[in-house]
Write a protein that binds this ligand. Structure first.
Ligand code: GZL
Length: 303
């Protein structure tokens, strides 16, 4: 029979689901190498063996799918809700419902802009504004006269608004054009094809993530231009494909945005479940890389 063995708790393999922390996670999509690595890190750490009962829902970059997932988590009465909001606004109603249901909310990666009072217990992610400043400072130092095209991420996302803000604080006067590539390679390529026509004298692209930068490489090469030489490319993320492009001379500078914080998230969720005081925010530390990066370093990277 498939009844659990006598004396067992009916637990699934590797842990007793009964005692595990029920977490509903609304992931915004699978749009980029960063997101894939982030999802892998979350799933690798929020396991039954580690004391979690994870329900993970991918929203394909659609806010309405995230709102539905969040409402489902309320109905399932999970212990904790965690989510990475695709854009900053449009969450007031569902955030209020989560609060009314007294389910603690943990914000992951992206940020929200809401009128709801004290909507989440804690946020873990990167300092997007600093990432933008770091990219801007490298450009200002190495290419102070660059004519810059800014390849923006998903418009209205915290990553896009804050990377843009930080970058332009440092070198906004050099930005001659902008367009969104929605953090994807294909849309980044299309945006740069348009930019080549609209801004023929652009000689540097600041892409808000590696995937759009890789799309820019394809567009530049198709136009007979050498990426990294004729048109410099500066990006954010530091995923493997991006660091390989840097090593191959097609990118010029990459600011890291570390996606592999699943272990830190697991610790935060355990503390929240235990009712412990947790910091309002946990900043994930970023590095930055230039073309001195070695193949050995890239090969040793786990994300
Ligand atoms: C950054 C994250 C961004 C990445 C993109 O923390 O929100 O979203 O930079 C991803 O690759 O689409």
């Amino acid at each position: 029979s498939d009844d659990p063995a006598p004396g067992s708790t009916g637990a699934t393999s590797g842990g007793d689901k009964g005692g595990n922390i029920k977490v509903g996670f609304s992931q915004l999509g699978a749009e980029s190498g960063w997101r894939t690595a982030n999802t892998e890190s979350i799933k690798a750490n929020l396991t039954a063996e580690n004391g979690f009962d994870l329900t993970f829902v991918d929203a394909q970059q659609k806010q309405e799918n995230q709102i539905k997932a969040l409402r489902d988590f309320i109905d399932q009465d999970v212990d904790i809700i965690a989510f990475s909001p695709v854009i900053e606004t449009g969450w007031d109603e569902v955030l209020q419902d989560i609060k009314d249901a007294e389910i603690p909310l943990v914000l992951v990666d992206r940020t929200v802009d809401t009128t709801v009072e004290d909507p989440y217990v804690t946020w873990i992610g990167a300092d997007f504004t600093q990432e933008g400043r770091t990219a801007g400072e490298w450009v200002k130092k190495n290419h102070p006269d660059a004519k810059i095209f800014e390849l923006q991420g998903t418009m209205g996302s915290g990553a896009q608004t804050n990377r843009q803000e930080g970058f332009r604080e440092v070198i906004g006067d050099n930005v001659i054009g902008e367009a969104s590539g929605n953090f994807t390679r294909a849309e980044g390529k299309a945006a740069v094809e348009g930019a080549l026509a609209a801004y023929p004298d652009m000689d540097l692209i600041f892409a808000h993530n590696d995937d759009m930068g890789l799309g820019a490489v394809e567009a530049l090469e198709a136009a007979g231009k050498k990426p990294g030489v004729d048109v410099k490319i500066v990006t954010v993320d530091g995923v493997r494909d991006g660091l390989q492009a840097l090593h191959d001379g097609k990118f010029n500078y990459v600011v890291e945005c570390n996606p592999a914080f699943g272990n830190q998230l697991a610790d935060l969720l355990r503390s929240v479940k235990a009712g412990e005081t947790v910091p309002k925010e946990t900043i994930v530390i970023d590095e930055a890389f230039d073309q001195t990066i070695t193949q050995e370093f890239i090969d040793a990277r786990t994300f």
